[in-house]
Design a protein around this ligand. Structure first.
Ligand SMILES: [Zn+2]
Length: 500
């Protein structure tokens, strides 16, 4: 198995054999040239370039030509309408061109980059695509890293400087996304709650971010956080990273689910257990968001506290049962209806910890691989969202469009909330458990969000993300990234929402 040091080594970009990304106004010196062609530009490209004249380019999707010009391989690829390109499709275009070029064992690839504005997403796409699970096999032979050039005749002077800056920013965001993807892919016997806590603390120290590992004594009254780990040989943990904002009177809280392994508990998952090592992806996306914020020097709106509740949901003889009733950190009692609905238990208690220790909580964000129901509803394209504030909901959807981590917001209507129990304040599953489970999991969490004692109305905005589908753990068959790593979703919209 791997040690904490091994895991930290993997998270270091120096050990990831990533390509060097450069910007250039000339393209001749590279082994291969990728030419994305768009419907709007196909005619002009043929007019400007005599080698392309005979190809009758349309720019339509799936159009593909390979030709050799002065000893250089040109790969001409139809990409459809340029006006329809989005941050998501730009990322994917550059990612799949990188992987398509790499298989032919070249030293350098040039990709025509139509717009200087695309460089940020191009760099993300390339470095996400380049991360290779062979990093887990130290004895595997390493190929020398490629050079990838973003080329355009206009990349000179101030434009070139801008493109270079955007590439650097994109590499930073990719580093953050890859951190999340590496932690998610790390085998769960190596990334125990204790090892993960150590990794988080060491990374936070490296980044210069304050990090608290809450003591076992202080955690005692958070029965739900602890109960999830009762069947495991590993204790539950709560890590809190804080980025203060000078003059900020309000606090933002971000909670990410960190279930280091989810066997489903006593009620089990049966044959659906494989890949449950990645049930800590919500917490990893929160941690990676901190890295993205630090590296790209984002200014935050408010002092922000990043909470990572960690636990392992196993079936040991002391494991919690369905029918158990536990008391949360804010005094609410919770009946366990299903032991596989454990992510909401640790996250609810993390919100309680924030309530008990912070004043003026303005916003609570939660992110988790929370429900199979969200996968059924939205598949792997959109992250499911639930939000109690119209303006913030709109912001969340826009943050998704702007970063390419797409967000679909469901209805905020407490008529759905049937998380009720005859013997406790709340049940950890809705009574009609199959119906709208991804919404009900959010309404469960909403019960712990700060409320006015008299009116019972929320005093904080609440915005919840379910990435169970959009994490796309396997990614099998995706041309823009390798099998073995997830999509790294969440870093984009979280950074966008938290930053000024
Ligand atoms: Zn579960």
């Amino acid at each position: 198995m791997m040690t904490v040091k091994d895991i930290l080594n993997l998270t270091d970009v120096k050990n990831q054999n990533l390509p060097k990304i450069v910007a250039d106004s000339a393209f001749k010196k590279y082994d291969v040239l990728y030419l994305p062609v768009f419907e709007e530009s196909a005619q002009n490209m043929m007019k400007d370039c005599k080698e392309l004249k005979s190809l009758k380019l349309t720019g339509k999707k799936k159009e593909a030509h390979n030709l050799v010009v002065d000893g250089q391989l040109w790969k001409v690829r139809g990409m459809g309408k340029k006006g329809k390109m989005t941050p998501r499709t730009i990322r994917r275009m550059f990612g799949s061109m990188f992987l398509g070029g790499e298989v032919v064992r070249l030293k350098s690839i040039a990709i025509l980059c139509d717009e200087a504005d695309w460089a940020y997403f191009a760099a993300i796409g390339i470095h996400v695509a380049a991360l290779n699970p062979s990093i887990y096999k130290p004895k595997a032979p390493k190929k020398p890293a490629l050079t990838v050039a973003l080329v355009n005749e206009s990349f000179k002077g101030a434009t070139l400087a801008k493109v270079k800056k955007e590439v650097k920013r994109g590499e930073n965001t990719a580093e953050a996304k890859n951190l999340m993807r590496i932690l998610g892919a790390t085998p769960p016997n190596s990334l125990s709650t204790e090892a993960y806590a150590e990794v988080v603390q060491k990374l936070a120290r490296k980044w210069g971010v304050k990090c608290k590992n809450v003591s076992k004594r202080e955690l005692k009254k958070y029965e739900l956080l602890n109960a999830v780990s009762h069947g495991s040989g590993h204790d539950s943990k709560l890590l809190i990273l804080t980025i203060p904002v000078k003059g900020s009177k309000k606090n933002t809280v971000v909670v990410g689910k960190g279930i280091c392994y989810d066997s489903g508990g006593m009620q089990g998952k049966g044959s659906h257990m494989k890949s449950m090592k990645e049930d800590m992806a919500g917490s990893a996306s929160v941690l990676s968001t901190v890295l993205n914020i630090v590296k790209n020097k984002h200014q935050l709106k408010e002092t922000t506290h990043f909470l990572l509740p960690l636990a392992e949901n196993m079936m040991g003889t002391s494991a919690q049962r369905a029918d158990d009733v536990w008391t949360a950190g804010d005094g609410q009692t919770v009946e366990i209806v299903h032991t596989d609905a454990e992510g909401r238990l640790v996250m609810g208690d993390a919100i309680c910890y924030a309530k008990n220790n912070l004043k003026n909580i303005d916003k609570v964000y939660t992110i988790a691989t929370l429900t199979g129901s969200c996968v059924v509803a939205l598949g792997e394209v959109y992250t499911g969202n639930l939000c109690n504030d119209d303006e913030l909901r709109q912001e969340a959807v826009e943050a998704g469009q702007k970063t390419g981590d797409l967000v679909f917001s469901g209805p905020w209507d407490l008529e759905y909330d049937d998380n009720i129990s005859p013997v406790a304040d709340v049940a950890n599953l809705g009574q009609k458990e199959r119906d709208a489970g991804w919404l009900k999991a959010g309404y469960y969490l909403a019960r712990f969000v700060p409320k006015d004692k008299k009116t019972g109305e929320h005093t904080a905005k609440f915005c919840h993300f379910d990435i169970a589908g959009s994490i796309d753990m396997d990614g099998s068959g995706a041309p823009h990234r390798r099998k073995g790593f997830s999509s790294g979703v969440g870093v984009g919209f979280l950074t966008e929402l938290l930053s000024k």
